[in-house]
Design a protein around this ligand. Structure first.
Ligand SMILES: [Fe+2]
Length: 180
C-alpha cells in the first residue's frame, strides 16, 4: 500500500478570492503561493503550515458540514496570546458547535472543547466563504509507535514545496511578451 506522509492540499469553494486571501493570511498566517499567471488565474493557492489550501471559484457554494482542521502550534502561547483571544481581537467568532449542532462530547463550554483521549483543544471558525474550519491543539504532542515523544517533522515557518527555479519569473515574462 501507499505510505502517505502528509495531506498535501485541500480544495475549498469560495466566492471572493481577495477576501479569502486576506482572511487566510490574517487569521491562519497563510502565505500566498505565486504559481505564475496561468495557474494563478485558475485558482488561489495558499500555504498553511506544511500543507496547501486551493480554491474553487463558485457563484454559490454547496454547504459542506466540516471542511478541514489545522493544528495550532501553541494554544496558550505567546505568539497567539491565547488562540481564542487572538480570534476575538480579529473579530472572528468561534464555537464548540459544528455549525449550530452540539455533540455531547468535548465538554460543555460553548466556545471550545476538549477531547478525552488526547486532551485535544478544539474550536470551530468560518472563513469568508462560510467554510467551517476546526482549530485543534494537542498539548501532549506527537509520539512514535513506541511512545517516544517526537518533535514536528517539519519546520512549519519555512517549509515550502520546491518550485522549479525561475519558472514563475519566466512565465510572467512570457505572458507580457505575448501581450505586446
Ligand atoms: Fe474534527
Amino acid at each position: 500500500m501507499f505510505k502517505i506522509i502528509i495531506i498535501h492540499h485541500i480544495n475549498i469553494q469560495i466566492t471572493d478570492r481577495q477576501r479569502t486571501r486576506e482572511w487566510y493570511e490574517e487569521v491562519l498566517g497563510a502565505q500566498f503561493l505565486d504559481r505564475g499567471p496561468a495557474l494563478n488565474k485558475w485558482q488561489l493557492q495558499l500555504r498553511i503550515g506544511s500543507s496547501e489550501v486551493r480554491t474553487n471559484d463558485v457563484d454559490q457554494a454547496v454547504e459542506v458540514p466540516r471542511v478541514f482542521a489545522v493544528e495550532v502550534e501553541d494554544w496558550n502561547g505567546v505568539l497567539w496570546n491565547g488562540a481564542l483571544l487572538y480570534l476575538e481581537v480579529l473579530g472572528v467568532s468561534y464555537s464548540r458547535s459544528t455549525g449550530g449542532s452540539y455533540s455531547n462530547i468535548g465538554g460543555t463550554d460553548p466556545y471550545e472543547g476538549r477531547r478525552e483521549d488526547t486532551g485535544e483543544h478544539f474550536t470551530y471558525i468560518r472563513d469568508p466563504g462560510n467554510n467551517l474550519i476546526e482549530l485543534v491543539y494537542h498539548p501532549l504532542g506527537l509520539e512514535d509507535l513506541h511512545g517516544t515523544e517526537l518533535g514536528l517533522t517539519q519546520d512549519t515557518d519555512n517549509v515550502c514545496w520546491t518550485q522549479i527555479p525561475g519558472f514563475v519569473e519566466d512565465s510572467y515574462k512570457a505572458e507580457s511578451a505575448q501581450k505586446w
